[in-house]
Design a protein around this ligand. Structure first.
Ligand SMILES: O=P(O)(O)OC[C@@]1(O)O[C@H](CO)[C@@H](O)[C@@H]1O
Length: 395
């Protein structure tokens, strides 16, 4: 059972308010994602017809059930599909609607259907393009001078690399409404990094669970951070939680972890050392990769199943990456921004940290002065523009 918190719950975000960010995701981003997927591979007419049907359903229709023989139909029923089937995508919790959209998209392209498209990730071409982009080479080359710097500088640089790597979100880039906002407000709106480091002293005994977000240019710095923490003895073991199937365009799957590892080991200089550290940590069991079904559940972490709760309870620290994981950590609700992060995460089974760039309306843990400065400079754009970030920790 979640631990009690004195904070009364705020309203759950829905997508039914025209002009709101959730509405734009359902009305504009999802159709754009369908177009992108259509162009990613030479899908056959049946797949195109299924994508047409999904487009009609998600823009003008209602939530359709999964096929009767879908392997995860019961799981989705337990996650709320029975209550939401037949209702408008815009009128059910936004988190649920978005998550089910990705499940139905995979259905449309035959990802789960025995046949030629089984297991073909429709987002892989865009993920690989990003992984192989010259910008990735530049980021990896920056590791060479970093290796000469004092350890505390390396700590900070790699933590911030992982944090800001979260800006690399391919779905986010599809949204025209996401113009960057320039203002004098600090990029970090909340910074508990000292608490984070205090939870991981270099004793070699800590276990880190890192709940990953995006592949490519976010996953690479996440892996670098894990390698660094292992090398420095700040952790003895890490568990990397990834998605069991392609999700939210760029979310990392096991195939993406393997692509990222190969990218590191085949790079010149220090990057390859990090890659080899990770490779041997996987082979000797110090780094485990886990694809729990709940990682792509349409529910907040307060509803996590007992086995996952038990696993996270044994970690010294769980780090959740990214915007979607943040929404799931604090509940996808329109909290007053000064709602204490410690209250809304009181249910979590152990120490927890969020590393997130701000890409949706949900926010907690701000002090009143920071909120006022952000609003004065940017109205409400700071919530969704991806130009601000936070490190929030409950020790
Ligand atoms: O989790 P991530 O990759 O940081 O961000 C996911 C995201 O782009 O998708 C959602 C809208 O679809 C928002 O929560 C957020 O903007």
């Amino acid at each position: 059972m979640p631990e009690r918190s004195d904070t009364p719950p705020a309203s759950v975000l829905l997508g039914n308010e025209p002009g709101s960010f959730p509405h734009s995701v359902l009305a504009e981003r999802h159709p754009a994602i369908i177009s992108q997927v259509r162009d990613s591979f030479p899908y056959d007419p049946e797949r195109h017809r299924a994508l047409d049907a999904l487009l009609a359903s998600c823009t003008k229709g209602v939530i359709e059930p999964l096929p009767a023989d879908a392997h995860d139909r019961d799981r989705w029923a337990a996650w709320g599909a029975e209550a939401y089937t037949g209702r408008s995508w815009f009128d059910v919790p936004w988190l649920w609607s978005e998550s089910f959209f990705y499940r139905q998209l995979l259905e449309a392209v035959g990802y789960f259907t025995p046949g030629p498209w089984l297991g073909i990730d429709p987002f892989r071409p865009s993920k690989l393009a990003e992984l192989n982009a010259p910008e990735t080479d530049e980021e990896l080359a920056a590791l060479d001078p970093l290796a000469e710097r004092p350890t505390d500088e390396q700590d900070r640089a790699l933590l911030h690399g992982s944090l800001w790597g979260n800006r690399a979100d391919l779905g986010f880039r599809l949204s025209a409404a996401q113009a960057a906002t320039a203002s004098d407000t600090p990029p970090l709106v909340s910074d508990d990094s000292e608490t984070l480091w205090s939870l991981l002293p270099p004793s070699g005994t800590a276990t880190l669970c890192l709940i990953a977000d995006n592949a490519g240019r976010e996953l690479i710095p996440d892996l670098l951070l894990i390698a660094h923490l292992l090398t420095q003895g700040r952790i003895g073991r890490a568990v990397l939680h990834i998605k069991p199937y392609p999700y939210y365009v760029s979310d990392a799957t096991h195939a993406d972890v393997l692509d990222a590892l190969r990218r590191l080991t085949s790079a010149p200089g220090a990057a390859a050392d990090y890659g080899r550290t990770l490779w041997s940590a996987i082979t000797d069991g110090r780094l485990a990769v886990r694809a729990h079904p709940f990682s792509s559940a349409p529910l907040p972490y307060a509803e996590m199943p007992a086995d996952l709760r038990g696993e996270l309870a044994t970690a010294t620290l769980t780090v959740l990456k990214g915007d979607l994981n943040y929404r799931r950590l604090v509940g996808d609700r329109l909290w007053p921004p000064t709602t204490p992060f410690l209250d809304v995460t009181a249910y979590f089974p152990g120490s927890v940290a969020a590393l997130r760039t701000l890409k949706s309306d949900v926010i907690t843990g701000l002090d009143a002065r920071t909120e006022a400065a952000l609003v004065a400079a940017e109205g409400q754009k700071w919530r969704t523009g991806g130009t601000h970030a936070l490190i929030q920790v409950r020790g």
